[in-house]
Write a protein that binds this ligand. Structure first.
Ligand code: GLN
Length: 204
């Protein structure tokens, strides 16, 4: 039997646009697989006050130009920039976490020292799935779903690359933050969510 110490987390999911409910469900599933009562621990974040008490934040995939605009509109840019918890960001979320991106319409948060190519794999119809090896992840390859996915084309020394394809870096970790080009919230495999939560707890 697997035995975990309780994960004392409150997870906020940025709920402005994109895969919000999928992230909420994935975090709840991850917590319950870790033996936790998930219902009281995952919340939507729409306004700065919603971040109070959160020690984890998910930034979902969707459309980075739109999410960027809504972050500013809802006065969340600075509160997220100074958020002291860990951030789990997927696809458009990964674009927003970067220091540099190839599109001036995206006002990135600059929380991970990396340059991102927003649509490195092309358009929606070029979406694909692939089994990826992810550094430090037990249990074999991760079945990753890529939808208009970005890549990181370069990263600073503070960033640990977790997985890479020919086009560039598709998974990375920096301090308490994790970013993915693909959509771990869509495949029912919660190993990455669990790893993020365990890492956060070990740092608390
Ligand atoms: N490449 C898209 C963007 O920059 C993200 C796509 C996605 O989140 N599925 O917005």
């Amino acid at each position: 039997m697997r035995c975990y110490r309780p994960v004392d987390v409150k997870v906020g999911v940025l709920a402005l646009q994109g895969n919000v409910s999928e992230h909420i469900d994935a975090f709840r599933l991850a917590l319950s697989r870790m033996g936790e009562d998930a219902s009281s621990k995952v919340f939507e974040v729409r306004h700065p006050a919603d971040l109070v008490g959160c020690n984890a934040l998910a930034i979902p995939g969707g459309e980075s130009t739109t999410i960027s605009r809504l972050i500013e509109k809802n006065h969340l840019y600075e509160p997220i920039r100074i958020f002291s918890g860990g951030i789990f960001a997927t696809c458009a979320g990964m674009v927003l976490m970067a220091t540099h991106v190839d599109d001036t319409r995206v006002h990135t948060l600059g929380l991970i020292d990396m340059t991102v190519d927003r649509n490195a794999f092309g358009r929606q119809r070029e979406s694909f799935e692939a089994d990826l090896l992810i550094k430090g992840l037990d249990g074999g390859p991760f079945h990753a779903i890529f939808i208009r996915a970005p890549v990181a084309t370069s990263v600073g020394a503070s960033v640990k690359v977790l997985s890479q394809m020919n086009q560039g870096i598709v998974a990375a970790e920096s301090g308490k933050h994790m970013v993915f080009s693909f959509h771990p919230e869509l495949c029912g495999d919660t190993r990455l969510h669990e790893r993020f939560l365990k890492t956060l707890r070990s740092r608390q």
